[in-house]
Each structure stands twice: as C-alpha cells, then as structure tokens.
Design a protein around this ligand. Sequence first.
Ligand code: P6P
Length: 345
Amino acid sequence: MSNIELNQAQETTLSRDFTTLTRHVLSQSGDFSADAYDLSLLMGRIALAGKMIARELSQAGLAADALGVTGEINVQGEAVKKMDQYANRVFIRAFEQSGLVCRLASEEMEKPYYIPENCPIGRYTLLFDPIDGSGNIDTNLAVGTIFSIRQQQGIDETGEALDLLQSGHQQVGAGYVLYGSSTMFVYSIGKGVHAFTLDPSLGEFILSSENIRIPDHGSTYSINEGNFWQWDEGMREYIRHVHKQPGYSARYSGALVADIHRILFQGGVFLYPGSQGHPDGKLRLLYESAPLAYLITQAGGKATTGTEAILDVIPDRLHARTPLIIGSTKDVDLVLSFLQTRANG
Ligand code: P6P
C-alpha cells in the first residue's frame, strides 16, 4: 500500500470513527435547532442505557444473583427476569434529570412512569421493551431493547396515557439495541435506517451501515412452528408452501430483535400471527411492533397485522397486542396472498 493509499485509508477510518451516534442524529435532523439537539441528546441517553445493559449482560453469567427470575409476574402475565427489572431501572435512571423525557412507558410497568422534574419541559415520551427476548439471557443467546419516541402532548391529567393511544405514524423516531456478538444500535428518525456498532475501546457507537435498504425478497421465514395447529388455515397453507418450495430457510431465535435484524440486512419475513387462543397474537404494539414497523418501512419493507398496516393500528390500551407479519415486501405480500385467498373462501 502506497503512502497516499495508507493516508486515505487512515482518513476513511478516522472519518468513520468520528461519526458517532449523537453527531449522526444531529446531521440527520438537517439543522441545529433545539429540537434537533434534544433528539440527538435523547438518542445518546438511550445509547448510554444500552451500553450499561450490554455491560451487565456480559457479566451476568459471573455475577451472583444476576440470572433467573425475580419471582414476580409482570403486567403481561410473564415471569420477570432479573435482567428485565435491571434494564427497566437503567432506563428510568438514564432519563431522570435529563430534561428530555417526561414519561416512560415500558413492557415492565403497568402504568407510565412520570419524571415530574422533566415535565412539561421534557417534550417526549419514550416507550420501550427493556429486554426483548429475555428468555434467551440464561443461555447467553441474543436479546435486544426496542424503543419508540413520541411527542409528549400536554399534561396527561388522568395518568391514563390516552394520548399514547394513537397510530404508529405519530412516532418521531424508533430503533433497537441488539446485544449479540457485538452490540449494535439501529435507529431512524424518518430519514432512513442507520446502524452503529459499539466500539468497547472507545465506549462509542460508531456508524457501521447508513441508509440500510431491506432486500425486496429473502430466503428466511421466521416463525415459531410449534404453534402450527393454533393458526388459521391461510397461515398453515403459507407454511406448507414454503416447506415445499426450494430456497427457503427457517430461522427463529426466540428474540424478535435478533430475527428482525437478520431480516433487515438479508431480507425475508418474520411472523407472529394470532392464534385460536390469542387472536391478537403475543407481541405488543406500542413498544414492539410499531417501532419495528417504523424501521422496516423506512428501510423499504412492509409490516402488517394480516389485515391492516401496523403503522395504521390505533390501540385501545397501552399494552395492546397485535399479530405481526414484517419484512421484505415481496415476502410479506406472499403471506398476505395466502391469508386473503383463505379469507375470501
Ligand atoms: P414464542 C420474547 O418473549 C418475545 O416477546 C419476542 O422477542 C419473540 O420473538 C417472541 O416473544 C417469542 O415468543 O411464543 O415463540 O416463545
């Protein structure tokens, strides 16, 4: 490599290493307004929470009393993992005295958590699933955090968060942190989808993929086939189709974020349909399906309940669930063709 090429390579690396998350969000905003700075700072606080959770996860296997369950049952009726509780507390601490977020709504909390010192100056509500896929923690498999950012509209006098019961189009930003072989931060504020990889030596998320576009088709279909006999006949016919067609691979990790991350980069479709016992499926709209639908749509993909675009769904309660079919446009459309054929009899 000539000296000139070496310098160019070093310049490229330097330029990349200085494209940190907060700088990127600011550049995405296109201006240096107070709103742009607030969003940049907010994203930076989420990233700090992600780094703290990543650190705890990396040591969970060694730290006494870090794995396993707390013995409590959350609002979802699920056993609370110790890491779920820890991650939820990290988010609360990350946003106290931040002046940014007035209200936190989490899978782990029945009601939203208000931070009075941040209201009304804090103009955002952060909705999040602190650890998605926490069943994977005790076996050291990938897990994630999912977040959705909405404007705080006025003071919620009743504390019922009725202003949050709006469609996913109200989101001003969304993303996830993936705790995998590396820790990644993927976000959008409506101007494309961008991925950052944590450089532990710097303690910074560094830009690794910008303006990600999901392939319009992929070989992956991601679904828990253990529920096969619980699904509608149209969904079963789709599964029989991909079983018979060459070129499909089943991939299902038990963590939504990990499965979506694969599909974002390689294409394919993730499905968590409704079932006879649970017609609304399992996944929660406001802090799982809607933020991921925002991201995948921004990347050129598609997300639907099977009858309605996820981003159009208006929930009737904070912890509402929806069926989810999400991924490459051609693959989602193929699923819909089976569902609609069956529905039309
Ligand atoms: P099942 C994890 O509990 C989660 O919410 C998602 O991360 C994951 O995709 C799904 O549920 C797994 O659910 O019923 O297949 O174990």
